[in-house]
Ligand binder design. Sequence first.
Ligand code: UTP
Length: 290
Amino acid sequence: MKIRKAIFPVAGLGTRFLPATKAMPKEMLTVVDRPLIQHVVDEALEAGIEHLVFVTGRNKGVIEDHFDRPYELEDTLKGRAKLKEMELLLRDQPEAGSTSFTRQQQPLGLGHAVWCARDIVGDEPFAVLLPDVLVKHKPSGLKQMLDAAAAAGIGKANIVAVEEVPMESVHMYGVVGVGKPKGDLFELAGMVEKPKREQAPSNLSITGRYILQPEIFEILATQERGAGGEIQLTDAMLRMAEGQPFYGFKFKGKSYDCGSKSGFLAANIAYAMDRDDLRDGLREEMRQYL
Ligand code: UTP
């Protein structure tokens, strides 16, 4: 299964981070010195994605600027012989023509955001990466998923990444049932959005990485609003699971829910502790609080 395109839904309001997100997109909050969106773009590129599709909204223009070539900055850095910084900018520069931006216009939910990318993606399978979930592992979450699918000989199918959550928190997530194993993946035995603890089929929640077949766009086109009055991707996946295989994949590594303040702070500590230039100072600083 060759996946060339990835959708990054970045049109949400980020209300959990107000007032930080009043004028700045949540996806531009930094984990150490890279914006959240850059971390997930890195993950997609590592997995071999060739075209990055951003579904943006109002006040999100800076995301487009972030992936553009900063000509004036390059010129100034060159003039000041700041070669290391120049290299850093060039390394992260997506190839010309490898990004697309479309607008969701109204934040009607994740399912609606994905549907907005239908014409850019066209008739081929694609990945969806939520920028508020960071997977800290080498190889990255999406690469692990694609490698596992290839090793299991999976052809046309849909795959969702899952991770364990405490049983008392299942009511906050989309939860999957576990069917027959297939290599490192497993067949999904149902999906439930925000189940009651006693009705949850497992404690495995869907975690921000998806591989989907293009037929999902037709389903999303007629999808009614679900939980929270939003067009939910999980509801559309449930309908698609009636006619197409769905697999779950539990990735290695720790994930951080950077859409929540505690997850975002934890990610900053974890990523900073990985850096030779920051580790010792940060450890010293934290010692004072522990
Ligand atoms: P979230 O629900 O975590 O993001 O959606 P949010 O709505 O921005 O955050 P809160 O809950 O108000 O704090 C996960 C991802 O889906 C995108 C968001 O931008 C985020 O990256 N999203 C969500 C859209 O693109 N459109 C939507 O209508 C909803």
